[in-house]
Design a protein around this ligand. Structure first.
Ligand SMILES: [Zn+2]
Ligand SMILES: [Zn+2]
Length: 171
């Protein structure tokens, strides 16, 4: 697979034109015109909504991590300040918040790392389909961000990096 280096419209494949706009919902694919966007709607709709939904969920979780009770007797802490790089250590699956949640572990930082991976894979599936340098770079930035939050790398991000670096011609 060799990647398309320039930005392009995923419908008509025109590249190097000034007006290539990102889909405002997923912010991954680009179109040259409304017409091309409409033409792609049926194909794009499902993954676009999936990406948008994951992103909303991730952002919602990120908000709750600004005051997270990491054990029942502790005061809420901002884990963005206390646990960057150590997110997977926040592994307690019990729900201390008292909220009635079906799957409380999804709300904990370890679960969050998993959601981030799901989100990344959705972007990767588009990058792979369109063989796009730009989308592959976006995928890489999410992988690196996940690694930054969790140096212990419970999601095996490091295992994915060599292929992506190779595709992007980076070291
Ligand atoms: Zn087009
Ligand atoms: Zn979209």
């Amino acid at each position: 697979m060799s990647l398309q280096n320039s930005k392009f419209c995923v419908t008509c494949h025109k590249s190097n034109i000034p007006d290539l706009k990102l889909c405002s919902k997923c912010r991954v694919v680009r179109y040259c015109s409304r017409k091309c966007q409409k033409k792609d709607f049926i194909l794009h709709k499902q993954i676009c909504e999936a990406i948008d939904g994951e992103l909303n969920w991730i952002q919602n979780l990120e908000e709750t991590f600004k005051s997270l009770k990491i054990d029942p007797s502790s005061k809420p802490v901002n884990v963005w300040e206390t646990h960057i790089g150590r997110f997977s250590e926040l592994t307690d699956y019990r729900d201390w918040s008292g909220e009635d949640l079906l799957t409380p572990h999804d709300r904990f930082p370890r679960g969050y790392l998993g959601w981030r991976m799901t989100y990344s894979y959705l972007i990767w599936s588009l990058a792979d389909r369109y063989e796009s340098y730009e989308m592959t770079e976006t995928y890489l930035s999410h992988l690196l961000e996940t690694l930054r939050m969790d140096a212990a790398d419970v999601n095996n991000v490091k295992y994915r990096l060599p292929l992506i670096f190779l595709l992007l011609g980076k070291r």
